[in-house]
Design a protein around this ligand. Structure first.
Ligand code: CS2
Length: 489
C-alpha cells in the first residue's frame, strides 16, 4: 500500500517511460473462474474480492477474463503479465494495491472457440459476468431474451457465439456433451433478480438451440443472484498519471474506486466457490431485499442526478449533490418515494445517509454522463418499478416522474442551454426520432411511453397524464426549478 502523495506528481500526460507493473512473486492461483466483461467494475470489485478469498483460504480460483468486444483490456494487461493497480480514493488519501488474480485475458471476437474451450474445461467451475445491462440482450421491460437482437440472431445461426448468453449456452452445451457438471453462472450486473433473469435468458436461448439442453440446464444449472456495490468512475488519463505518481509504474489498466464495497450473494453454487464469507461477502438465501434497496436507492438516485443534474449544468455526482436544490430533491426522493417501497431488513434512513456521504466524496469524480448512458436499459429497474409500487400503494411520486421527464428531455440530445448531448444508448436513434417528431409535451410523452422495451402498457397508461404535466413544467422552468418546487427548496 502506498499513501497519497499527489503533490509529487505534477506532469499532465501519460508517464509512458516508467516501468510497467510486474507480478510480485507471490503464488498465483490456477484458473477456476471464467469472467465475461473485464472492465473497470470487474477489476475494482470482483477480482480484488476473489483475490482476498484465495489469499485467506486458498483454492484454485484464478480468473480467465474474456472481453466480448474490445481488445483494450487484453492489450493493456498482456505486457504486465495480467497484474494491475487498484487505487482506493477516500476524501483524505489514496491507497494503491496490485491485483494478481487474473491469469489471462481473451478477446472473444478474435477467437470465440478458445473461449468455448475454456468454458468446457473441468477446472472452470464459475462463469461470472459484468457485461452491463445491455449485455444480456434482453427486453428490459419484461426481463426476457430479445430474440430479434442482432447478436442473438447471429448466435442462433452458428456454433461460435458473439453475445454473453450465447457463450453461456454454448459453453454449457459443451459441458453436457463432455458429461461434466455445469459451471455456476454468477451475474454481477445491476439487474433485478439478476440470477433468475440470467437463467431465463439462458433457458430461452438454449430452448431455441436444443430443448434437451434447456432441460438439463433447468435441472442442474445454478444461477445465484447477487447484489454488487462499489462506485467505480471511468479512469481518466489524469487518474493514470496520479497513480503513476504513487506507484512509480505506468499502468494503463489501473482502476479507481471508492473505499465502500458490498457484495451480497445467494449461496447456491453448482461446483464450489471461493471462501467469500471469510473476507466479508454476505452469503444469504435471498438477495432480493438488498438488491431492491441498492437498485432503487443508489442507482435510482444516480440516474436522477444524471438526468436532472446534467440538464442543470452539473457534470459530476459530487458537484450535483453539493447543489442544495438537488441535494434536497434526492433526500426527499429517498425519504418519501423510494424508502417506503423497501422491506425489512432494510433501514432506508441509515442507508440514505451513508449513500449521500458516498456521493459527496470529492476524490471520486464520477461523471453524470457515464451514469446517464444506456438509460433505456436502466430506467425500468431503477425508477419504473418503484413508481409502480408507489402508485399501487396510492402514494404520489412526483419526484420519480420528474426523473422520467428528465430522461426524456436528456435523450432528446440538447441540454437546457441548447448544447448538444452525446446520447449513448442502444435505442439512441429511436429516442432521438421520437424527440424530433414531437410537437408538444403531450406528443413527446406519448411517443416515449409507447416504447415497449422500456414501459409496460400498464405503467404507460397509469403515468401518462401526470407525467405530461411534469414534463411540460420541466421544459418551461428547467430541471433545477422543477426539482426545487417539488422539494420545497
Ligand atoms: C451507476 C452504477 O453507471 C451507473 O449507472 O449508477 O455503475 C453505480 O455506480 C454502481 O452500481 C455502484 O455500485
Amino acid at each position: 500500500m502506498s499513501m497519497g502523495r499527489f503533490s509529487m506528481w505534477t506532469g499532465a500526460g501519460l508517464p509512458a517511460e516508467l516501468p510497467r507493473p510486474a507480478p510480485s512473486g507471490r503464488p498465483r492461483p490456477r484458473p477456476g473462474i471464467l469472467h465475461l466483461g473485464p472492465g473497470a467494475f470487474f477489476r475494482a470489485f470482483v477480482a480484488p474480492w476473489i483475490e482476498e478469498a484465495v489469499a485467506r483460504s486458498g483454492g484454485d480460483w484464478g480468473i480467465i477474463a474474456v472481453s466480448l468486444k474490445s481488445a483494450t483490456a487484453r492489450d493493456h494487461m498482456r505486457a504486465q503479465d495480467w497484474v494491475y493497480t487498484a487505487a482506493e480514493r477516500a476524501p483524505e488519501e489514496t491507497r494503491t494495491r496490485q491485483i494478481e488474480v487474473i491469469r489471462e485475458v481473451l478477446v472473444a471476437p478474435e477467437d470465440p472457440a478458445a473461449v468455448l474451450d475454456r468454458l468446457a474445461d473441468p477446472a472452470i467451475r464459475i462463469a461470472s459476468l459484468t457485461v452491463t445491462e445491455k449485455g444480456y440482450c434482453h427486453d428490459p421491460a419484461t426481463g426476457r431474451l430479445n430474440r430479434n437482437h442482432p447478436d442473438i440472431r447471429h448466435d442462433l445461426d452458428g456454433p461460435l457465439p458473439r453475445s454473453a448468453p450465447g457463450f453461456l449456452v454454448r459453453g454449457l452445451a459443451a459441458r453436457r456433451k463432455a458429461r461434466l457438471p455445469p459451471f455456476t453462472v454468477l451475474s454481477c450486473d445491476n439487474l433485478p433478480d439478476n440470477g433468475a433473469l440470467t437463467r431465463h435468458i439462458v433457458l430461452d436461448l438454449a430452448g431455441m438451440i436444443d430443448p434437451g439442453l434447456a432441460d438439463w440446464i433447468a435441472d442442474q444449472g445454478a444461477f445465484p443472484s447477487t447484489m454488487v456495490d462499489r462506485i467505480v468512475p471511468a479512469t481518466t488519463d489524469a487518474d493514470l498519471a496520479a497513480i503513476a505518481g504513487l506507484t512509480g509504474r505506468h499502468d494503463p489498466a489501473a482502476v479507481i474506486h471508492e473505499p465502500f464495497r458490498q457484495w451480497v450473494v445467494e449461496d447456491r453454487f453448482a461446483a464450489g466457490r471461493p471462501d467469500l464469507q471469510a473476507v466479508g461477502v454476505e452469503m444469504v438465501t435471498d438477495v432480493a431485499p438488498y438488491e431492491l434497496m441498492k437498485l432503487r436507492m443508489l442507482n435510482g438516485a444516480h440516474s436522477a442526478l444524471a438526468y436532472l443534474g446534467y440538464l442543470a449544468g452539473h457534470r459530476h455526482v459530487s458537484a450535483a449533490v453539493e447543489d442544495p436544490v438537488l441535494a434536497a430533491f434526492i433526500r426527499n426522493l429517498w425519504a418519501r418515494e423510494i424508502g417506503p417501497t423497501l422491506v425489512p431488513p432494510i433501514d432506508p434512513g441509515a442507508y440514505s445517509k451513508a449513500l449521500f456521504h458516498r456521493f459527496a466524496n470529492p476524490a471520486i469524480r464520477h461523471s453524470l454522463w457515464q451514469i446517464a448512458m444506456d438509460g433505456s436499459q436502466k430506467l425500468p429497474q431503477r425508477i419504473l418499478g418503484t413508481l409502480s409500487d408507489a402508485i399501487a400503494a396510492g402514494r404520489p411520486a412526483p419526484g420519480l416522474l420528474l426523473v422520467v421527464a428528465g430522461w426524456m428531455r436528456y435523450v432528446g440530445g440538447r441540454d437546457e442551454s441548447g448544447g448538444a448531448i452525446e446520447v449513448k444508448d442502444p435505442l439512441a436513434a429511436r429516442l432521438k426520432a421520437i424527440a424530433d417528431a414531437a410537437r408538444s409535451p403531450e406528443e413527446t410523452v406519448r411517443g416515449f411511453l409507447a416504447l415497449r422495451e422500456v414501459f409496460s402498457p400498464a405503467i404507460a397508461t397509469r403515468i401518462a397524464a401526470p407525467l405530461t404535466g411534469i414534463y411540460a413544467a420541466l421544459i418551461r422552468d428547467g430541471a433545477r426549478a422543477a426539482a426545487a418546487r417539488l422539494s420545497g427548496a
